[in-house]
Design a protein. Structure first.
Length: 277
């Protein structure tokens, strides 16, 4: 699976680059593990827009992914690898020896027919899920828990992984792709491997219509609006906004740190690296 380009029969086709889904399951998803995806389209429980430019999009079924991996000490077989419209990486359908099936995030280099397992004292190989204390330093992992038994929270998007940088007592030092190093309880579970579909970042949508299929509505700049609609609006003729970039509610849009979680600051060993200007 790589990238797919097109001959420029139309203007939109000229720049379109999509993911080649050759080798993925071509049928419908496993019905018992799907549910209706009633997304809120950017609105809260009062019907007010809290996230702009969301709406429409193609009808989708939600695939219920098992981020907990609590089916311990029983081998399972990868039945198929599927495309999931609700996330950037691919997913795999795993059938265990007792007949039960689960959807898991699919790592790279996993194949149909491979055996995987969850639990303690198992082999360190791609697709297996085990506690951090049993994984050697330097191994790439994904779907990492922040609290034991709470389900995977870190490294769940396409092509991502984190690395175990060391051990500190009852904690493992996890190095993120951002450069941040964080302490996580060594009893937390993690899955071996790098997640699939690393070419997701190279996609070029090609035309506005495909954005609408994805549920992304048009975005209008603040400087072309009226003052009643945006702090940058108004002015005679073409203006520059008259102030530093802000959101429609007036919050600074560049460089303002909004993180306010001092409770977990003690677990951060090294802050993430600053972006290069």
């Amino acid at each position: 699976m790589g990238l797919k380009t097109f001959k420029p029969y139309t203007k939109s086709r000229r720049g379109t680059i999509l993911i080649d889904r050759e080798g993925l399951w071509k049928g419908k998803p496993y019905k018992p593990l799907t549910s209706v995806n009633n997304s809120s389209k950017g609105r809260n429980n009062l019907g007010r827009i809290t996230s702009r430019n969301h709406g429409g999009g193609h009808k989708q079924k939600y695939r219920n992914i098992d981020f907990f991996r609590k089916k311990f000490d029983m081998p399972g077989t990868v039945e198929r690898i599927e495309y999931d419209p609700n996330r950037s990486c691919h997913i795999m359908l795993v059938k265990f020896d007792d007949g039960k099936k689960y959807y898991y995030l699919a790592p790279q280099k996993i194949k149909i027919g491979d055996k995987i397992q969850n639990g303690q004292n198992i082999e360190v190989k791609i697709g297996n899920c085990m506690p951090l204390q049993e994984i050697p330093v330097g191994i790439e992992i994904h779907n990492v828990e922040l609290q034991p038994g709470a389900g995977g929270k870190i490294a769940r998007s396409a092509g991502t992984s984190v690395t175990i940088a060391g051990i500190d007592g009852d904690y493992s030092l996890i190095k993120m792709t951002s450069g941040e190093v964080r302490k996580i309880n060594s009893r937390c579970m993690a899955t071996i491997g790098v997640l699939s579909n690393p070419d997701q970042k190279n996609i070029k949508i090609g035309k506005a219509g495909r954005s609408r299929w994805l549920g992304i509505r048009p975005h209008t700049r603040g400087v072309v609006k009226n003052p009643v609609d945006h702090p940058h609006g108004g002015g005679e003729g073409k203006s520059a906004g008259g102030r530093h970039p802000v959101s429609p509610t007036g919050q600074s849009a560049k460089g303002l740190k909004t993180r306010d979680n001092k409770r977990t600051d003690k677990f951060i060993v090294t802050r993430r690296k600053a972006k290069k200007k």
